[in-house]
Design a protein around this ligand. Structure first.
Ligand SMILES: [Zn+2]
Length: 342
């Protein structure tokens, strides 16, 4: 009993008895202490949108009548027109606050909701938007609509209007150009949504300005299309990009920087892939484990290439973009698989 009390006391001071299996240790990612990862570069930090810690979000009119909402991880938008407010996505994280956020900026009612793609994290906040505006038109690509019909997710209401290819919306004196692209990220369809008058491009889950791309090249379902998306962004006429995630919006220079990073990942991965002898590398693991488990030996070979590739990318980009040492391994892994099979 005395010993139990002692253990509880030590635990309350942040210590634990090893016998309880609570040996103190640091939080780790990929076998490294999280505190050892590179800081966010100053160039990225200075563009961070100022989230109000009390509200938990930031909202701002970033172009004439076009507003962006963000909680620091997700981003969405809305356009105020003479016939109502057009909402661009309703992220799950703060969707239930969108009606109130819009009311803080305009008296116009919500008239439309556009889905950028089918993913839950970007549109599963939609029920709150529809609760505030039950007659709002929901616009989505027809393959997104078919998918949503199939999965019957109550958090992702079915569209009321669908299209394929391109569609131009003229709503309350404003023009919204929607173009199907890729798909560079999701299975069903990805969209570039342009506001020509505002010179804004709303293109979700393609790039993260100031940061490297999210895990696995933005968890793309089509690596080949992903490798072209930066150039497709640059081929459009815009000044301000809404990328859908993280701490800032984007400029053309920042998208050019992402293209440069992606090109470097491809070049380094190609070099490592070409110059790593598969059988010799697998033989190193086989010396310890034998040849009976080809999965194990292949993974050893793949990890050796991923490590060599990501070390070089961190050296090239660690002080230029945020998150390089976090996600370069996943970018290398994705492209090393692509180089092998595509
Ligand atoms: Zn997505």
């Amino acid at each position: 009993m005395k010993q139990a009390i002692l253990v509880l006391m030590l635990a309350s001071f942040g210590w634990a008895h090893p016998a309880l299996g609570q040996t103190p240790h640091s939080a780790q990612v990929g076998g490294r202490d999280v505190a050892s990862f590179l800081p966010v570069p100053a160039a990225t930090e200075k563009n961070r949108l100022p989230i109000d810690p009390k509200l938990g979000y930031w909202v701002g009119e970033v172009a004439d009548r076009f507003y962006v909402i963000t909680d620091g991880v997700w981003q969405s938008g809305f356009l105020v027109t003479d016939e109502g407010v057009v909402v661009f996505d309703a992220p799950a994280s703060y969707g239930n606050r969108i009606p109130q956020i819009i009311r803080s900026q305009t008296d116009q009612p919500i008239s439309h909701l556009i889905y950028s793609h089918a993913h839950k994290d970007h549109i599963a906040g939609s029920p709150a938007v529809l609760a505030a505006a039950p007659h709002a038109e929901i616009i989505a690509h027809e393959r997104v609509a078919a998918y949503l019909l199939d999965i019957a997710d109550p958090l992702r209401p079915l569209p009321t209007r669908t299209f394929s290819g391109s569609v131009t919306l003229l709503i309350g004196g404003e023009r919204i150009q929607i173009d199907e692209v890729g798909p560079y990220h999701s299975t069903e369809a990805d969209l570039f949504i342009s506001l020509p008058r505002q010179r804004v491009l709303y293109a979700i889950d393609a790039v993260a300005p100031g940061w490297v791309t999210f895990q696995g090249l933005d968890v793309t379902v089509n690596t080949h299309n992903y490798l072209a998306v930066g150039h497709e962004l640059m081929a459009r006429d815009w000044d301000l990009l809404v990328p859908g995630h993280l701490t800032q919006l984007g400029t053309r220079d920042q998208v050019a920087q992402t293209i440069e990073y992606t090109n470097d990942v491809l070049a380094v991965a190609t070099d490592v892939f070409t110059n790593t002898d598969m059988m010799a590398t697998m033989g190193v693991a086989a010396a310890d484990a034998g040849w009976s488990n080809p999965f194990l030996l292949f993974r050893y070979y793949q990890e050796a290439m991923v490590n060599a590739c990501s070390e070089r990318l961190v050296a090239l980009w660690g002080d230029r973009l945020a998150g390089v040492d976090v996600f370069a391994p996943s970018h290398c892994d994705k492209l090393l698989v692509y180089l092998r099979v595509d």
